[in-house]
Design a protein around this ligand. Structure first.
Ligand code: BGC
Length: 772
């Protein structure tokens, strides 16, 4: 959901002669295949095969014929309208009549229909409008934030989220969603780390592919399907200082090995649209980046979809200082490969003049329009342009959706600590629920809440009371979570008077303490310079501890937090993320043991913000960290080389043993593959889930390789005493990487494989890669 600001972009000539633009402030905003370095492929399919295959099903001849016929009838003005994408706050009936290409954030089905009727019946060529929305982790039925879904290490969770999100969105007339967001990030300061799958390209790729396939189905013309837009292309997840929209300087090998793979995975899964990013990469803004947009995405990956700019990103080329005028910005964007301009209207308004002065070509404009029309035909819009508003509501928050959201939230939770086995709690005992997130439906759905504010949100206290009747409640302190610039950090949990909270805790047998971030702390334009619990929440935890009652800290948050002040104080810590509309029920399921937690961290949790960026898949140094020595790569004031919690970490109410790593062969030649098997056993405790993880490392390569990189995982459910064998098939190409000239190489030599239940996996086997 977005707060709409209508505006005109007036270039302002600054005293120094530079240009500046007014950027409106948005006050509120509202994929088991495998993927590795640069090439993404289904299990058992080699990268070489993929390279030979078009990235998606070739366009049907019928669609191409219809596109060509239509294109040949279009005037220049109509083409320029087609590349225009307007927000709900901007669009008018006149735009629809003039043949505007797309509208986003409009969610009223009556109004969608009204505009569509105008476009289809009153515009000269009757081209339907593509209506889009940010269905990021649900439309009305809000699922956990994507970072939480990633923590499930279960692509089925992402699949269900987007299947239901697509159904609810399509029911109101939306046919495109601005998701999946696949920005790999090592930046917990960046609020948007909440929107993707964390720090690992493989996990991001698997989740992205699941989301795309679920939202689009086999044919996104189906009435409950939508086309996906993978974003933000590219390397938006690595802004300097973690400050949103900030610049990024990125080596070719990092770009291709870490940041591009999830985009490739989404495209291979069928994503037909993409959104270019706000940030500059090596000095070239995302929406003016020809190498990324045209050379890589469209040509190298054989992709025939369209790219829309991010919100005002074309206009922002002026602020980036790469464009001198709106016309120049429009030309740069279109020439780079941006096909559709969101919010600003530079291409549309200056297109004729740009064509006349040959700053843009009709060939390129036609290509952009062709791409947009192709997606509209594939979406079935020409055959079924209208939605039935009377049926829109009936598709929302169906019982299966609510049940799926509850299950998803439970699978996303990560048990960080459980000293003395405080969890699971006994629901027949007297439970107190305390904290600013305990009775807080608004914040529990996190950033990009879609239409979730219109949902029936089950708060923590409601969920706990449903299982532990008579549970008592105290807020402890408030987290107002105002939006900047009104936001003032001192408003967060300002008081240290916890008298009432302590009294409520003291009168109970056990306490569930819900602390964390408000939804405004995370998401777009919500970068933080500190990562601890806002305000006096750590003091609230100490106050509850002083009562001597057994308690669990439940964290609601959108990013890795520094938990130094919580660990060691709280006996149990459950990371719940922002769980969505079913938060209360899902947390209650876990704390009372109906659900045995099995999530794992998709991102490292630093000890202190000064460690950032700290991530498991880092390159080695010449002086690897050793806290017993001085002259090596470490922080002198931190007595550890590790983050507080490592990637892939998470506890359960059960104990698992991962053992017996074995390989099907000792060397892999050209075209070859290898199977790695490992046994996993539930050695004590109830039925539960373990995520078996496989990492690889190339110890000697032409360029330094990450000390580990995830190459396989499987979440398995095991009864007490039960064991299973998990087998991963790895292709020769998995051992390759992109070098700094953008070449994908597989180098002969030793490869180490590690298996276990976190990125600290200790089982190790090595084999040889032979030949070139
Ligand atoms: C965000 C995108 C979003 C777009 C449209 C932008 O501010 O960066 O992620 O899709 O707005 O709402």
């Amino acid at each position: 959901m977005r707060f709409h600001v209508s505006f005109t972009l007036n270039p302002i000539v600054t005293p120094l002669g530079g240009t500046d633009i007014a950027i409106p402030r948005s006050a509120s905003r509202v994929a088991t295949s495998a993927a590795v370095a640069g090439a993404v492929y289904a299990a058992g399919e080699s990268k070489d095969e993929v390279a030979l295959k078009p990235a998606r099903t070739p366009a049907s001849q019928d669609v191409e014929r219809r596109v060509s016929t239509l294109l040949s009838k279009m005037t220049t003005e109509e083409k320029l309208q087609q590349v225009q994408l307007l927000s709900d706050g901007q669009v008018t009936d006149a735009d629809a009549k003039n043949g505007v290409g797309g509208v986003f954030s409009l969610v009223n089905p009556q109004r969608i229909n009204e505009l569509q009727h105008i476009a289809v019946e009153q515009s000269r060529l009757g081209i339907p409008i593509l209506f889009a929305y940010d269905t990021i982790h649900g439309y009305r039925t809000i699922f956990p934030i994507p970072l939480g879904t990633a923590a499930s290490f279960d692509p089925d969770v992402a699949e269900t989220d987007h299947r239901i999100g697509a159904r609810e969105s399509a029911a109101v007339g939306l046919k495109q969603i601005y998701s999946p967001m696949v920005d790999v990030s090592h930046e917990p300061r960046w609020g948007r780390i909440s929107e993707a799958a964390g720090e690992d390209p493989y996990l991001n790729s698997v989740m992205a592919a699941a989301r795309v396939k679920a939202a689009q189905g086999r044919n996104y013309a189906a009435k409950d399907k939508v086309v996906t837009s993978v974003k933000h292309y590219a390397a938006y997840g690595q802004p300097e200082a973690g400050r949103d929209y900030n610049t990024t300087d990125m080596s070719e090998q990092r770009l291709r090995n870490l940041y591009l793979p999830p985009f490739k995975a989404a495209v291979d899964a069928g994503a037909d649209t993409a959104m270019c990013s706000f940030n500059a990469i090596n000095g070239v803004p995302g929406c003016a980046n020809k190498r990324l947009e045209t050379d890589i995405l469209k040509r190298e990956w054989h992709w025939d979809g369209f790219i829309e700019s991010d919100y005002t990103a074309v206009a922002e080329l002026l602020n980036h200082g790469t464009a001198a005028s709106p016309a120049d910005a429009g030309a740069q964007a279109l020439n780079a490969g941006t096909d559709s301009e969101m919010v600003s209207t530079f291409i549309r308004d200056n297109g004729k003049q740009l064509l006349a002065s040959r700053k843009i070509s009709m060939k390129r404009l036609d290509d952009a329009v062709r791409r947009i029309l192709r997606v509209k035909f594939r979406a079935g819009l020409f055959d079924h342009p209208y939605v039935d508003p009377a049926k829109a509501e009936a598709a929302q928050e169906l019982p299966d959706a609510r049940a799926a959201a509850r299950k998803a939230a439970g699978r996303a939770m990560v048990l960080l600590e459980n000293d003395g086995k405080v969890l699971p709690l006994d629901p027949s005992k007297k439970t107190a629920v305390i904290g600013p997130l305990a009775d807080n439906g608004k914040d529990q759905i996190g950033p990009w809440w879609g239409r979730g504010d219109d949902s029936k949100k089950v708060t923590l206290i409601e969920g706990i009371r449903a299982q532990s009747p008579g549970a008592t409640y105290a807020e402890g302190c408030k987290l107002p979570g105002n939006e900047p610039p009104q936001y003032d950090e001192s408003e967060d949990c300002p008081s240290t008077d916890f008298t009432e909270a302590k009294a409520v805790a003291a009168a109970a047998d056990q306490v569930v303490l819900a602390v964390g971030e408000s939804r405004a702390h995370s998401g777009e334009a919500a970068s933080r310079s500190v990562l601890d619990l806002p305000g006096n929440q750590e003091k609230l935890i100490e106050a509850i501890k002083s009562t001597g009652k057994p308690f669990v800290v439940v964290l609601f948050n959108g990013r890795p937090l520094t938990l130094d002040g919580v660990k060691g104080v709280a006996p149990s810590i459950l990371e719940a993320w922002f769980p969505g509309v079913e938060a209360g029920n899902a947390v209650a399921d876990v704390v009372f043991g109906k659900v045995n937690p099995g999530g794992k961290l998709p991102v490292s949790f630093p000890r202190r913000v000064g460690q950032v960026p700290i991530y498991y898949n880092h390159e080695p140094t010449g002086r690897p960290c050793d806290v017993t020595q001085k002259y090596n790569s470490r922080h002198r004031d931190i007595k550890s080389c590790d983050p507080e919690y490592v990637f892939g970490y998470g506890l359960s109410y059960s104990q698992f043993e991962v053992s017996n790593l074995r390989l099907s062969r000792t060397s892999v030649g050209p075209g070859g593959s290898l199977r790695a098997s490992v046994d996993v056993k539930n050695v004590s405790g109830p039925k539960g889930d373990e995520v078996v993880q496989l990492y690889l490392h190339d110890p000697v390569a032409s360029i330094s390789q990450p000390v580990r990189r995830l190459r396989g995982f499987e979440r398995v459910t095991l009864d007490p005493g039960q064991s299973r064998t998990v087998t991963f098939t790895i292709e020769r190409s998995d051992f390759g990487f992109y070098d700094n000239s953008g070449r994908f190489v597989v180098e002969p030599g030793v490869i180490d494989l590690y298996a276990g239940n976190s990125s600290k996996a200790t089982l190790k086997k090595s084999f040889n890669v032979t030949g070139r």
